[in-house]
Design a binder for this molecule. Structure first.
Ligand code: ATP
Ligand code: MG
Ligand code: MG
Ligand code: MG
Length: 437
């Protein structure tokens, strides 16, 4: 992509209403634009990143055996009346009436809808286990939307739902998601710690929030410091095998959100490993048994001929919230520093003197070779000053920059800069292209 053709409305000033760095950088780097409180347009650069995050989330869901589908954003209120949540949900639910005076709502989550879909087709123990998910926009009329996309009103969520015959089988589905989440967040360049979370009125111990530690996080959390450094199991995990030991390894150490915090248990953690911090909830997994299947009559016929409600769980990832969390974890005073996995472009090509014959032809050639090698470069071919180009490149935070200037070219050299370390290498154009490709 040539920058002259792209749409990158960078801002010179930091918008005064943006309190945290990720929100400031997303606005300044022309990645999002607020349309109403908590409702954003994803501008081209931001949209590219969001799609990359979404794709990693998707790949890890698929790897864990979940099956993708797509449910609508608008739902009928009747389904929510069946579960009893239509009245309970309160003001966070955006309620809509259509022209026939039917009560509709913009889905804040999809337990009711997926339960309805499941019960329409599945009646037998042979129809499970199933893990179904979608990645769809949600709406919650948050009382205080803030921090940009971290707490939006309209936001993108990946939500998976599991269906099993009984508690023991449901636990296996839960473990699949638990491990898939660790792998997902690691690929996104994040250290997310699973923490015991409140299961509300249903009880049980099967709920974890995945928390990225950050000073700007809205949750107060307490954990054993070793959990932060514990790596993810990785792509080689056999999801059909026994995942319990991997899960146990990570749930044996103390980790709890504020609501679940037990100061006495925390005190048993060695003093120098006690970590109390703030964090961002990027995912939440929850086993809720028959909470929805019972009132909504989603039953399975078991081998003994008896009908029993299907056991369910739900597993959410805040895809758009992750965008902010990644910037919170990866930036410096100049701007974003994208992990390679989610960078909007693979690298930037900076033509320090557009219009200069040698610079133009070197850049055009490098651009063509890198594209031919399968890379997606952003080529700054504009006639802005070199200083402004550098500032923009650092602000948008592509992992690598290929800098081409008239002086270097005279000696047959260009520069490759690594955004994260600031390291630069002088190389011939051919070597630079070979190194980046
Ligand atoms: P929070 O405690 O931040 O309000 P939640 O517990 O209400 O979140 P869940 O119902 O668990 O959220 O939804 C699953 C995931 O969706 C959350 O873990 C979070 O990453 C994301 N999410 C929830 N609300 C928002 C929001 N307003 N904006 C962006 N992402 C959100
Ligand atoms: Mg909430
Ligand atoms: Mg929460
Ligand atoms: Mg939650």
């Amino acid at each position: 992509m040539r920058l002259s053709r792209f749409f990158l409305p960078v801002l010179k000033e930091t918008p005064s209403d943006a309190e945290i760095i990720s929100h400031q950088l997303m606005l300044r780097a022309g990645m999002i634009r607020q349309q109403s409180a908590g409702i954003y347009t994803w501008l081209p650069l931001g949209w590219k990143v969001l799609q990359k995050i979404e794709q990693i989330v998707r790949e890890e869901q698929n790897r864990a055996g979940a099956v993708e589908m797509l449910m609508p954003t608008l739902q009928s209120a009747d389904l929510w009346r069946e579960s009893g949540r239509y009245d309970d949900y309160g003001q966070e639910m955006l309620r809509i009436t259509d022209r026939k005076k039917r009560d509709m709502l913009y889905g804040p989550t999809n337990e009711e809808m997926i339960t309805d879909i499941f019960r329409s087709y599945c009646r037998s123990y042979k129809d499970v286990p199933k893990l179904l998910y979608h990645i769809q926009w949600k709406f919650r009329d948050e009382i205080r939307p803030r921090f940009g996309v971290m707490r939006g009103r309209e936001f993108l969520m990946k939500d998976t739902y599991s269906f099993d015959t009984d508690e023991a089988a449901a636990r296996k589905s839960y473990n699949r998601m638990f491990i898939a989440y660790l792998n997902t967040f690691t690929r996104l360049g994040l250290k997310a710690v699973p923490m015991r979370a409140d299961t509300g009125p249903i009880g049980g111990d099967l709920s974890h929030e995945f928390i990225v530690l950050a000073e700007t996080g809205e949750s107060e959390v307490f954990c054993h410091a070793d959990l932060v450094e514990m790596g993810a199991p990785g792509a080689s995990v056999d999801f059909d095998g026994d995942l319990q030991p991997l899960v146990d390894q990570r749930t044996a150490l103390y980790a709890a959100t504020e609501e679940m915090h037990d100061p006495a248990a925390f005190a048993a953690v060695p003093k120098h490993r006690q970590l109390s911090a703030r964090g961002i909830e990027v995912g939440h997994i929850f086993n809720f048994g028959t909470k929805y299947s019972e009132p909504m009559k989603a039953n399975l016929t078991h081998p003994d001929g008896q009908d029993r409600p299907v056991h369910m769980g739900s597993y959410g990832v805040g895809v758009s919230r992750l965008f902010g969390a990644i910037i919170e974890a990866h930036h410096d005073e100049k701007g974003c520093i994208w992990p390679d996995s989610v960078a909007p472009f693979d690298l930037g090509i900076i033509n320090m003197r557009a219009g200069d014959g040698a610079c133009d032809s070197a850049c055009d050639g490098a651009y063509a070779s890198l594209v031919a090698a399968g890379l997606d470069p952003l080529y700054d071919d504009t006639d802005n000053r070199a200083g402004a180009k550098f500032a923009t490149a650092d602000l948008i935070g592509l992992p690598y920059q290929l800098v081409v200037g008239p002086r270097g070219l005279k000696e047959g050299k260009v520069e490759v800069k690594i955004r994260r370390s600031g390291e630069t290498h002088e190389l011939s154009l051919e070597d630079a292209v070979a190194r980046l490709a």
